[in-house]
Structure formats: structure tokens, C-alpha cells
Design a protein around this ligand. Structure first.
Ligand SMILES: Cc1cc2nc3c(=O)[nH]c(=O)nc-3n(C[C@H](O)[C@H](O)[C@H](O)COP(=O)(O)OP(=O)(O)OC[C@H]3O[C@@H](n4cnc5c(N)ncnc54)[C@H](O)[C@@H]3O)c2cc1C
Length: 453
């Protein structure tokens, strides 16, 4: 049984602690991470299992559809994702996509749309997908080009979406298309599209390091009834951002689960691997490394559950969620590197998901952190994050490396942490490029053998 002591922190209510304990017990018995030959079948099975066991009630909102609460319980979603990610990356994916794919319906759907979709999403009998990204519109959502033209009682969609998780197995897709009321973000509308609609096609399945259903989809004169419009016309950007805001914090929680899994593996390996007449864990350098992992994990957990708790208090958490996601995903990525050649392959695979996805949006997280903070609060936020993020490790590093000033925060911390890691293992692993100019570090390129990027 995993260590649950962090659930004693004051962020949680009693039912959160029960959820964490019961889900962990269930996952240990029912979820087995492995190399899936048929990832579609594995994913469908996981959605069904999660639905039948009742865990998908946390992925939606609205008690009348069987949800655990009317408003989405962010802390519960985070607990579920952290726990599932520790057991299986694909189980976490299956849960997360049921939530992300149906989130816009929970938040903006009509009563008819909610009863048509949410109950079955919760049961695990309908698989959901969220189709926003396009080949030329990723971070820059307002650049999307897929269009929807009104024709009587219908909308006609033309265009494409890519990197769509659950693409190929989903029973419905929440699709964002340009309806053209105004240019940019103000001319986008959300729709619910079912794959049976004429003109809908799976154009390509996409392979990734951590296999899961992923596809490019196309719409060619794809006609859908106007009743499938989701939210207000021209409000699609708002619908997309509100949905992503709910789930952004939970990405951090999943990364936290991966990082905990990595620490568990590292401890198991270090205490059992015999070398030089003792075990790997007997070396002080190893102990320092494990202590650093544990510190980073707690820092990431504090940021994650701070964001989740604030959101459950009704506050806007764009900055806090971005900080949590950035810290937790970097911790997960870093911690998996530590496991070395003896690590369980399936666990590496789980971590691989996080080499792929958040890495793509790392800079945008820095950007969100910087841009969203009103100037007067930036220093305070920076200080708060420093304290929660890595203060103990950071100060030790600054001392060791005798760096007078590390101003290029947060890149400076990432670089310093990387450097500490390299020093701790006493070797150069892959290649690292540090630029030090005018009293500050500015850039690092890190490549670990076997990592395809
Ligand atoms: C495994 C996987 C699953 C996915 N699932 C889905 C899904 O289900 N639905 C969906 O709609 N999309 C999905 N996506 C797409 C994902 O949302 C996009 O990859 C993401 O939005 C980034 O877009 P992009 O890949 O086009 O990168 P780009 O937008 O081209 O960004 C490239 C780089 O530029 C950086 N960058 C962006 N803005 C700035 C800035 N202002 N300053 C400096 N740097 C910046 C980014 O951080 C990134 O590193 C998925 C992607 C992956 C990898």
C-alpha cells in the first residue's frame, strides 16, 4: 500500500481521504500496467472498468447524472489521477479523457445534452474526446481554421483536427470550429460531433512513445444538427479555456503520480542493487539524490493541491495551475531519469507520456505564469513559488555551485537542479549545455540516451 500521509494535509476533506485509500486498493487489485498489444481495446476496457467500479462519477459534474457532486470536485479529480497514474499511465489517460472530453458538456451543456451524454460517460459506456488542436493551431488556439457554416437547422463542418486523444475510439467529440462572427478568439463555437456523421473521418492514427489512441480527424461537408451546438455561438474559446482550466491542475496530479512511482522504483532498486560490497542506497550520493526526489515531489504536491483547493473555493487558478503543472511534470521527467537501466520498463513507459505532452507546452506555462500575474504581484508570486517549489534544494545548490546570482528564474532553478543531479551521480549523462552570461545562466539543453525527442 502506498504512503498516503500527504492526504492528511489540510487541503482535503474526509471524503477525499476515503477516496484516495479506496481507489488505491481497487487499482492494486484491478489495474495492471503493461505493454498493450491492442491499445484501443485496452483503453475501452479501462473506461468500462472505471465506469463499473464507480470512479468515473468524479470525472463529470451534476448529481442527477450520477456525479459525485454538482460542481466538478477538482481535488477528487486530482486524487484519482495521481492514484491511477501511479498504477498505470493508460488508466489515468482513460479517466482523464472521460473528464476532458465531457467537461464542456458539464460546464455549458443544455439539460438535454447533459442527459444524453453525461450519464453514459459516467457509466463508461460512451467514450469522450476533446478536439481543439489543428496542425497550425496548438498553443495559439485562436488561429484555428476548421469552420462551421450554418445551413438551416444544421451546421456544416470543414477542416481538420490533430493530436486528438481517443481519436478512433471516441463515441463523441467536442469540436471547436470557426463560425466567423468576429476574427480570432471571438469567432469560435463548440459542437458535439458523433463519428457516424457523414463527412467525419479518422484520417490518420498517430503513434506516440506511451501508446494510447490518438488521431488526426477530418470534416468534409460534415453536417450536424444545430441542436449539437454547445454553449453560446461565438463563445467556443471561452468554453475551451474553462474546460482546460478544470483539467490543467489534474495534469500536475497525474505527473505527481508518475513521480511517486519513480521514487518507489528508485527506492526499491537502490535498496536491492548490490555493488562494491554494499547496496546502492548505502552511498551518500544516492541518499542525497533520493532526498532531492522526495523534496521535489512534496513541492510539486503542495503546488498541485494548493491549486486544486483554491479552485474548489471558487477562485480562478490559471497561474497556480500552470505553476503546479510545470513543477510536477518537470519533477516526473527528472525522477524517471534517475531510475537507470534497472527500472521497470512499464514504469518508464508511463513516464514517457510526460516526456511527450507537457514538454510541448512548457514554455507556454512559463508564459501563463508571467503574463497572468498583475505586475504588482509578480514578485510576490515569484517568491511564493520559490519557497514552495525548491527553496531547500535551491539554496543548497546555490551554495555548492557558488553561484552569486541565479536571476533567470525559473530557468535558473531547472538548470541548477539539472546540474545538481549531474554532480550527484558523478557523471555526464547524455549532453548538457549551460550558458552562463553576465552573472546568470540562460539556457540548458539536456539529452538522455534512449530518449527520442
Ligand atoms: C500526446 C498528446 C495528446 C494530445 N491530445 C490532445 C487532445 O486530446 N485534444 C487536443 O485538442 N489537443 C491535443 N494535443 C495537442 C496539444 O494540446 C498541443 O500539442 C499543444 O497545445 C501545443 O501545441 P503544438 O504541439 O502545436 O505546439 P506549438 O503551439 O507549435 O508550440 C511549440 C512550442 O512553442 C512554445 N510556445 C508556445 N507559446 C509560446 C510563447 N508565447 N513563447 C515561447 N514559447 C511558446 C510551446 O510551449 C511549445 O514548446 C495533444 C498533444 C499530445 C502531444
Amino acid at each position: 500500500m502506498a504512503d498516503h500521509t500527504h492526504f492528511d494535509w489540510p487541503f482535503f476533506d474526509a471524503h477525499h481521504r476515503v477516496l484516495a485509500r479506496e481507489l488505491d486498493g481497487w487499482a492494486a487489485k484491478n489495474i495492471h500496467a503493461g505493454h498493450e498489444v491492442d491499445v484501443d481495446a485496452a483503453c475501452r476496457k479501462l473506461v468500462r472498468q472505471l465506469g463499473e467500479a464507480g470512479w468515473l462519477k468524479y470525472a463529470i459534474g451534476g448529481k442527477e447524472y450520477g456525479a459525485s457532486s454538482d460542481a466538478i470536485d477538482t481535488r477528487a479529480i486530482c486524487i484519482v489521477r495521481e492514484t491511477l497514474a501511479r498504477h498505470s499511465g493508460l488508466a489515468d489517460f482513460a479517466f482523464a479523457m472521460q473528464g476532458l472530453g465531457s467537461g464542456a458538456i458539464t460546464l455549458f451543456g443544455t439539460p438535454a445534452q447533459k442527459s444524453q451524454y453525461l450519464t453514459r460517460v459516467r457509466e463508461g459506456s460512451l467514450i469522450a474526446a476533446f478536439a481543439l488542436s489543428e496542425p497550425d493551431a496548438g498553443s495559439d488556439v485562436a488561429a484555428l481554421r476548421c469552420e462551421a457554416r450554418r445551413e438551416g437547422d444544421a451546421f456544416v463542418l470543414n477542416g481538420e483536427k490533430t493530436w486528438i486523444s481517443n481519436g478512433g475510439i471516441a463515441d463523441f467529440y467536442v469540436v471547436f470550429a470557426r463560425t466567423g462572427e468576429e476574427p480570432g478568439a471571438r469567432g469560435i463555437t463548440a459542437f458535439i460531433v458523433e463519428p457516424g456523421a457523414r463527412g467525419f473521418a479518422i484520417a490518420e492514427r498517430i503513434d506516440v512513445m506511451a501508446p494510447h489512441p490518438l488521431a488526426r480527424i477530418t470534416f468534409t461537408d460534415c453536417r450536424i444538427p444545430a441542436s449539437q451546438l454547445l454553449g453560446e455561438p461565438a463563445q467556443g474559446f471561452k468554453v475551451a479555456m474553462a474546460t482546460l482550466d478544470v483539467f490543467r491542475t489534474s495534469v500536475a496530479a497525474a505527473a505527481l503520480g508518475f513521480a511517486r512511482c519513480a521514487l518507489h522504483e528508485a527506492l526499491r532498486r537502490a535498496t536491492s542493487r548490490k555493488m562494491f560490497g554494499q547496496t546502492l542506497a548505502d552511498f551518500q550520493l544516492t541518499q542525497a539524490k533520493l532526498a532531492s526526489m522526495a523534496t521535489s515531489i512534496d513541492a510539486a504536491a503542495l503546488l498541485t493541491y494548493r491549486a486544486a483547493w483554491l479552485r474548489d473555493q471558487g477562485q480562478r487558478v490559471t497561474v497556480e495551475a500552470a505553476m503546479a503543472k510545470l513543477t510536477a511534470t518537470e519533477t516526473a521527467q527528472h525522477d524517471f531519469e534517475i531510475n537507470g537501466g534497472g527500472a521497470d520498463a512499464s514504469n518508464r513507459e508511463r513516464g514517457g507520456k510526460y516526456f511527450a505532452e507537457p514538454a510541448r507546452s512548457r514554455e507556454i506555462n512559463f508564459h501563463v505564469n508571467g503574463r497572468q500575474a498583475p505586475a504588482a504581484f509578480r514578485d510576490e508570486i515569484r517568491e511564493r513559488e520559490l519557497q514552495a517549489f525548491a527553496a531547500p534544494v535551491f539554496h543548497k545548490i546555490v551554495e555548492n555551485l557558488q553561484i552569486a546570482r541565479v536571476e533567470n528564474y525559473p530557468g535558473g532553478i531547472a538548470i541548477a537542479k539539472t546540474h545538481e543531479y549531474f554532480r550527484a551521480i558523478g557523471m555526464r549523462w547524455g549532453s548538457s549545455r549551460l550558458r552562463f552570461r553576465n552573472g546568470r545562466f540562460s539556457h540548458v539543453n539536456l539529452r538522455v540516451p534512449g530518449m527520442r525527442r
